[in-house]
Design a binder for this molecule. Structure first.
Ligand code: GLP
Length: 262
């Protein structure tokens, strides 16, 4: 896995945004897999900034989000649908008909999950999947114990995730217990994976994901089997990596993604 370490969270978000921008420059009709959470907000802000400067055109881009809560109305302030519109879609020229999020309110959730997988396949598959990590090592809502071959389906949130996400809902009781999430297998099908992780609170999870054994107990560790996975970390998130200095050394001979568009 390529590991890029930046001084702080803002710098990590800018690097992640530039890797995404570079893909869109190469492939203007790219299919992006997108993520929610506090971490990517400044990555989206940088993409919006590049769009406003005339550097980035989203008109032919297609997007698929990783996950959504079950039973939360789309208009709810904490639905991932609202999050994505507020933090990204409303500020760029993406065609609304090319935006896809799992439907957590479908009458038949199993059917909706199968259809989501089919839509991804019909779009030609995901070119780049942006990911964050949960403090229990999950990607999307693939909680510990999720099959590493899993596809889009309903998953129950773990207590740690409910506790982490309570900050958005005001209380643990208000956090939905169920989600619809792309599976680890669906994520691994993306042509590139970009894991963006910041903050010391994630240091243990990211060490397990990058340096630990591949295990369904830390679903992000499956990325070790991906051919084109890049982790962009800030110093605090990288602070528990035992091979951190090698990552910096290896990166010093690679083209700097921040130089793209400069
Ligand atoms: C949720 C999302 C994940 C995200 C994680 C971390 O669980 N389903 O996709 O990576 O939160 O979010 P944050 O960036 O807020 O720490």
């Amino acid at each position: 896995m390529r590991v890029i370490i930046r001084k702080n969270a803002q710098a990590a978000c800018v690097t992640a945004a530039r890797l995404i921008a570079s893909l869109i420059h190469q492939k203007p009709d790219a299919v992006l897999g997108l993520a929610t959470g506090g971490t990517p907000v400044n990555c989206y802000a940088e993409l919006i900034r590049l769009h406003r400067c005339g550097e980035l055109d989203f008109s032919r881009v297609t997007s698929f989000n990783l996950d959504e809560y079950v039973g939360l109305p789309r208009e709810h302030a904490q639905s991932f649908y609202s999050f994505m519109h507020e933090n990204f879609f409303n500020h760029v020229n993406i065609d609304p008909s090319r935006i896809h999020l799992p439907n957590g309110n479908a009458e038949d959730l199993t059917k909706a999950c199968d259809e989501y997988e089919q839509s991804i396949a019909c779009a030609g598959g995901i070119d780049l999947q942006l990911l964050g990590i949960g403090s229990d090592g999950h990607i999307a809502f693939n909680e510990p114990g999720s099959s590493l071959a899993s596809r889009t389906r309903v998953k129950t949130l773990c207590h740690e995730t409910i506790r982490d996400n309570a900050r958005f809902f005001g209380s643990e009781a208000a956090v939905p217990r169920l989600s619809v999430t792309m599976g680890v297998g669906s994520i691994m099908d993306a042509r590139q994976c970009l894991l963006l992780v910041t903050g010391e609170k994630k240091a243990a999870a990211i060490r397990s994901a990058i340096e630990g054994p591949v295990t369904s107990q830390v679903t992000a560790s499956a990325l070790q089997f991906h051919r084109f996975a890049t982790a962009v970390l800030d110093e605090p998130a990288a602070s528990w990596l035992s091979r951190k200095s090698h990552c910096d050394f290896a990166e010093s001979s690679m083209p700097d993604p921040d130089e793209i568009l400069r």
